[in-house]
Design a protein around this ligand. Structure first.
Ligand code: NDP
Length: 287
């Protein structure tokens, strides 16, 4: 397929459509039946504070009850675990999210494990990770869930396509790999030890870049007509940059996500969607 200029996969627009659907559903619920999302922030990390603020704002906008717990940097692990236990038992709370990264000294794995799997709105608990890989009813992590929604919005049949994922983190790379595999893509996962990464990426009908390095993926690595999903959020000279060099990649791709306005807004709206799902509120397809 010859492509001159890629079509933009507009995450901001897609997220706002989904958000309106969620809002409409929640508005029909009785006041006491609204879903609740608890977000826990430990310490003063500026980026984490911004992310927590965005999540709180989005919750309020769609009508989810937001419970934000801001704990000082001096909080101890047992104190944090005690709060999680309280939230596990709180019937008003359907989703619990602990903002990562935690300050030094915390055992993030133990903290994630303490969240009840049925309230694990981020889908990071080992039970949900296991269910995701074994095809069970998992809470799907928000960023990969948002990526799948963007891919589906292209209308392209994913079955049988070669998907190349760059990055193997528990938050993005591994779960998006599981989800692409479950949709019958043929999968390649690249990471920092991959030999000849450019040639691996050139085989991708779908390329998902989750590396955390600005402009890491260049147009010469992109197969003509590929769908390019840029997950990266990098700050370069006060501006946001993705992991993909947009200018050159958009000359080759059929579809591409911008940064900002691509995967980021989808991540937040999927957090809202997961909260509703955990509250047991059924949704109509497409919302
Ligand atoms: P991690 O740092 O946890 O993982 C990065 C991955 O990239 C690792 O698997 C690493 O390989 C790989 N990598 C690093 N350098 C290279 C290299 N030179 N060649 C090949 N692979 C390399 O990051 P995350 O997955 O958490 O996030 C990735 C990016 O996505 C970040 O910019 C982050 O800010 C952004 N992000 C955006 C979200 C959104 O909503 N838009 C949500 C979450 C993250 P190895 O495993 O071998 O070390």
């Amino acid at each position: 397929m010859d492509t001159v200029q890629a079509k933009i996969l507009d995450g901001k627009k897609a997220a706002s459509v989904i958000k309106e659907g969620l809002k409409a559903r929640i508005s029909k619920l009785p006041e006491g039946g609204r879903p609740g999302l608890a977000v826990v922030l430990v310490g003063e990390d500026p980026a984490s504070k911004v992310y927590v603020g965005q999540k709180e704002k989005a919750s309020v906008e769609v009508g989810i009850n937001s419970f934000v717990h801001k704990l000082p940097a001096g909080t101890t692990q047992p104190e944090l675990l005690a709060l999680i236990e309280d939230l596990n038992c709180d019937p008003r709370v359907h989703g619990i999210l602990v903002q990562l990264p935690l300050p030094e000294g915390f055992d993030a794995d133990a903290v994630i494990s303490a969240i009840h799997p049925e309230k694990d709105v981020d889908g990071f608990h080992a039970v949900n990770v296991g269910r995701l890989w074994t095809g069970g009813r998992a809470v799907e992590p928000c960023t990969p869930k948002g990526i799948m929604a963007l891919l589906d919005s292209t209308g392209i049949e994913l079955k049988g396509l070669n998907a190349v994922v760059i990055g193997r983190s528990n938050i993005v790379g591994k779960p998006i790999s599981a989800m692409l595999l479950s949709r019958h893509c043929t999968l390649t996962i690249c990471h920092s030890r991959t030999k000849d990464l450019p040639s691996a990426v050139r085989g991708g009908d779908i390329v998902v870049a989750a590396v955390g390095r600005p402009n890491f993926v260049t147009g010469d690595m992109i197969k003509q007509g590929a769908i390019v999903i840029d997950v990266g959020i990098n700050r370069v000279g006060g501006k946001l940059a993705g992991d993909v060099e947009f200018e050159s990649a958009s000359q080759k791709a059929s579809w591409i996500t911008p940064v900002p306005g691509g995967v980021g807004p989808m991540t937040i709206v999927m957090l809202m969607k997961n909260t509703l799902e955990l509250a047991g509120i059924k949704q109509t397809p497409g919302t």
